[in-house]
Design a protein around this ligand. Sequence first.
Ligand code: KG4
Ligand code: ZN
Length: 358
Amino acid sequence: MTLLALETSCDETSAAVVRDGKILSNIVSSQIKLHAEYGGVVPELAAREHLKNISPVTQAALDEAKISPAQLDAVAATQGPGLAIALLVGLKTAQAMAFALSKPFIGINHHEAHLYSPWINVLPASCRQKNGDCLQDGYTLPAADFSKFQPNVSLIVSGGHTLLVLVESDLNHRVLGGTIDDAAGECFDKTGKLMGLAYPAGPVIDKLAEQGNPKAFSFPRPLLHDANDDFSFSGLKTSVRYFLRDHPDLLNDPQKVRDICASVQAAIVEVLVAKTIRAAKRNGVRCVTASGGVTCNRALRNELERACQKNGFTLHLAEKSLCTDNAAMIGILAEQKLLKGNFISEFDAEIKPGWALA
Ligand code: KG4
Ligand code: ZN
């Protein structure tokens, strides 16, 4: 089974070729620099950039995989959720290709695809060169493996979303909770902006926090003790705003900036980790997974590792290169759906910008 998958839900144009559970190519063209001067993703600019990039990125994915369009068994794309005019580019391109090739089109929920990214291994370069079974770009999926780790609780945490999902079995999951206002990544980005840091501020805060004291300042841990699995980060952002209003001089001291970064990061991470672990315990699972851009955060990775070890859970984190948006995860899920006949091929299906995971 060979599939082409496209992802254009936000600010990454990505195409991947997947065959029999292995990723033959995964090309990601990021627009981060384009949007940086605006301090956030500008949908109109994102869509134009996707339009410019979708053909070369798709061609590059096919070339790297050494696959011609005629060899494809299906074409998949993210159908939602995401920015409407950005989604349109990938979806319509995939539908047109599938129609022209007389092959099925598979529309994918972006969040459901994130559930698969922790199961994609990036193999070391040495293995890629020596072992014929390890494909050139080094990604592979241990296809038989992930069902052993079900049920599990999965944290999806990015600039647009913060979700806790109970994965009961393949293609069978239930959303336990999500953010009622800002996403965790948005909280990193917006508090960073208040401190005058570059967009996206998440990675900058991560770096500065390394040499900061996480206990220097105390910021709220919203909904930490609530019994539900929901998150809220806008109050934390507001408290940082008032804190900086009342202590503007702190921003002139580089060590204090590092301390503020470490303290804000500690608040976000504590809530994410505590609520993930609590959900895992309540649902009686033995495994926890995490993906999405914020999963690149070193403190989050370390704290999840520590908490899972303490509680006897197996932890599967997406590799850093696959935490952010990519078409590989879209292709892996599409292949599962193709194998199980779990999709309806519609060449005229519309985008679903607000498609919530059930
Ligand atoms: O998944 P992603 O690429 O895109 C979506 O938002 O869908 O995630 C981007 C988000 C941004 O908010 C960015 O600041 C955050 O992930 N991020 C990080 C780190 N790397 C990326 N946040 C904290 N620490 C990081 N190292
Ligand atoms: Zn995403």
